[in-house]
Design a protein around this ligand. Sequence first.
Ligand code: D41
Length: 700
Amino acid sequence: MSRKPKAAPAEGLEAARAELAGLAERIAAADVAYHGQDAPEVTDAVYDGWRRRHAEILAAHPDLADPESAVGKVGSAPASGFRKFRHGVPMLSLDNAFEAADFVEFEARIRRFLGLKADSGLHFVAEPKLDGLSISITYENGALVAAATRGDGFEGEEVTANIRTLANVPEKLQGDPPARIEVRGEVLMTKADFLALNESQAAAGERLFANPRNAAAGSLRQLDARITAGRALQFFAYAMGEASAEVAATHWAYLEALEGWGFTVNPLRRRVSGGAEAEAFQREIGEGRAALPYDIDGVVYKLDDIGLQRRLGFVGRAPRWAIAWKFPAEQAVTVLRDIRIQVGRTGALTPVAELEPVNVGGVLVTRATLHNEDEIARRDVRIGDTVMLQRAGDVIPQILGVLPDKRPKGAVPWVPPETCPECGSLALRPPGEVVRRCTGGLICPAQQVERLIHFVSRGAFDIEGLGDRTVAEFYTDGLLKTPVDIFTLPEHEAEIAKREGWGALSARNLSRSIEARRVIPLARFIYALGIRRIGETNAKLLARHYGSFAHWREQMLAARVIGSDERLALGSIIGIGPAVAEELMEFFAEARNVAALDALAAVLTIEDAAAAGAESPLAGKTIVFTGGMATMTRPEAKARAEALGARVTDSVSKNTDYVVAGADAGSKAKKAAALGLTVLDEAAWRELAGRPPPEEAEEA
Ligand code: D41
């Protein structure tokens, strides 16, 4: 493609500088999200667009080049060209702890879940949390056969040839490993190797890397594995994935087995029992951190007993049995230039701080969230103030507080707007709520655009080629107004092809990716609607509970009647609280919403939700637990049932398949008997749940 550098905007240097700063911030944030453990926040196309524009402006204004800028130094742009690799067992993420109280709560949660006494000892393995990139390596009959990046946890990129070039990754395992085993760990570059690499990059006139992690990522994700071979990368093994046979009963023993097979395992690992020992280890490692040859950003604590790990399972994408206790985040000081109002998909007005650009731990920060107007008042943040900033491991920087000595004369307290800056409608803050909202609803362009952006986003319709910027442009130009318009875009393909930055091929590709999404799973569809409080998790719960679009729609309409059976049924879905139910009812009470829903359903095929664990005897069944059990807590029983595809509800009705009656089961068990339902005792439940009596379970 021949792209002439476009001249910078006519407003001149200042405008160019501002646009450059904005782009740098977005690119840096996307890099953090991409190279971090999180899923990328923007599509590759949007990201590439930002980078192109950034380069164009720099080409027109070379003086604006900022040697401190993180842009241009970062590891690599999201590479394509690698084969996708589906992980047999998802690579989980980790919940974070930031202080001792979080660890205490983590332990308490484990005890509650397992029904253990408060004074029962729990043993953990503590491992420094290496700041590299997570990799999975598969061995068959002791030989390395495949390696892949973590990606989004479900699907990564296949990097077998690259991983084979790492000196400390065994090609053949020693000892007697299971026939098939997957080993997980972190690939990193030491600080010294990173500095040396950047020196030789500079000497060769090549781009520099921002930090060791980006250097490791950029070095590994090379289509030409010979380049990887020339880079000093190391692999530290820390977890197991799939295995054809049981390896060990504790995580500690598993790590020793890994060492026996020839892997490098972090020698700083330690067994700790309880919060006090964890806190001491945290301090010890924190103090030694700067002197370590590689970057770490915290310590991972894993429950040692693998049997208990299995019982605990995971919630969302993170195991209940492990936690990453992070070191305090990096901070900086800068000047608050302005407070801008952002209008979200649901009309929420969020104040955003516009900052004098500042480098915080290698990332250029120009914006920070101010959360809400109470926060601004509480911290008395004023325009012109010098503020303390924190980047807490995640992407959105926060303002910690104000340096009062540096306040300029005449700075006045900030006053929240009474109207929406986007559409001029009244912006109201209901009593008892912290958020001010635009009352413009669908007439507010900001809300409409945000809804469309959400609709096509990754977890929703995931339409490739329709990035944030494109959606906003199409909206402004009248090509898109409501979600259903997306499916008429292919009819405008010729027109789109003529737009600036487009061509016949990209327009064709857009039509193709839209057509490919005419069939959509129910959960994604529900999530795409952008109803307040219906995130991916709740959308899945609803899809699983109601099964089909027609059934869900019918039930929601009926549930609008307070006291109806349908309303009670909605309220009894575990995980769907009253606030969520309220939002659903509000959505369905609005005729325009139902009309929009039906317009979409008319052009789409919405797939029924398959119950999880479809082959299990509990798939699609509805269970009520009542009374206490001796060998399993209620949360564990519920999690087990849900993992097997069952719905757990609170109230017994004719739609209940099983009632599990514990020791002191009362009225619910009676009602079940009266309705002629199947009532199980604890032993029968364990049998059904594939959890035979505890003595035998040890062997399983
Ligand atoms: O050192 C690390 N970065 C590290 C990461 C580690 N030592 N252990 C880890 N263990 C896990 C589980 C408990 C889920 C097997 C991890 C990670 N996960 C992890 N890294 C990135 C996402 C998750």
